[in-house]
Design a protein around this ligand. Sequence first.
Ligand code: UP6
Length: 273
Amino acid sequence: LSTKSYSTRGEQHAHPLARRLFDIAEAKQSNLVLSADFTDSKSLLQAADSLGPYLAVFKTHVDLVSDFDSSTVKGLNELAKKHNFLIFEDRKLVDIGSTVQKQYHGGVLHISEFAHLVNLSILGGDGIVDALTQTVNAPNFPYPGERAFLILAEMTSKGSIAVGSYTEKCIELARKNPKSMLGFVATRALSDLLPSAGIAGEDFIVFTTGVNIASKGDNLGQQYQTPSDAVARGADFIIAGRGIYASEDPTKTAQEYRQAGWNAYLTRVGQST
Ligand code: UP6
């Protein structure tokens, strides 16, 4: 669990995209990620525009968007610039290396064209990590230094089997590939599995889904923790979906989540007043 400030972590980080992410967090005083699980482009882009000012990262599932096309990609890219946030496509890539390369760079979703961050599962072993690392480091890759991945190391749903030695393997693969694997999606800092005796300068970033102020879960196995609990347990960035966009006043709620996440961060790094 890191008790360093985002600005310190940004200054010390070897990856340009991590530096940018920490800069954004400091500039906007936000560690909030909106899980924008909308099913049409208009709602998706409207949420990015109205809630973008409060977000560090905008998380998409573009395969939910029924009318997804090149104008959705263009809109996302424009709004990311306008409001200074990164885009994280929650695609959870999981296939063999050769297939994920085509799913990530190209394909019907054009993920590499808009997503600064994409997550992946290592169910199939090392190949997926090697393949995606190769893609973003290829000499002709159009976004050098602007793209990276997160390893889905744990899941929030009841009965998840992404635990123990599976999660340890996620860490091992991230450690071997710090130039492409920026961190993890996990419910907590993985400090018990990530001994501080680790590699000098290592600083993986933890994104935590399943964050909600008003609910403990849904009836399909989702399990929630509050922003302050998540940050206290090691979340560097908190990801909330329905808690924000399905609330009565999403703009007001996004501001509340932003404040709750930021206050918890200040407490963790010892800067609270
Ligand atoms: N998500 C989880 N749990 C995980 C991994 N990913 O909930 O372990 C994703 C879901 C959804 C979001 O796919 O996009 O995070 C959670 O949304 P919610 O806040 O509305 O529950």
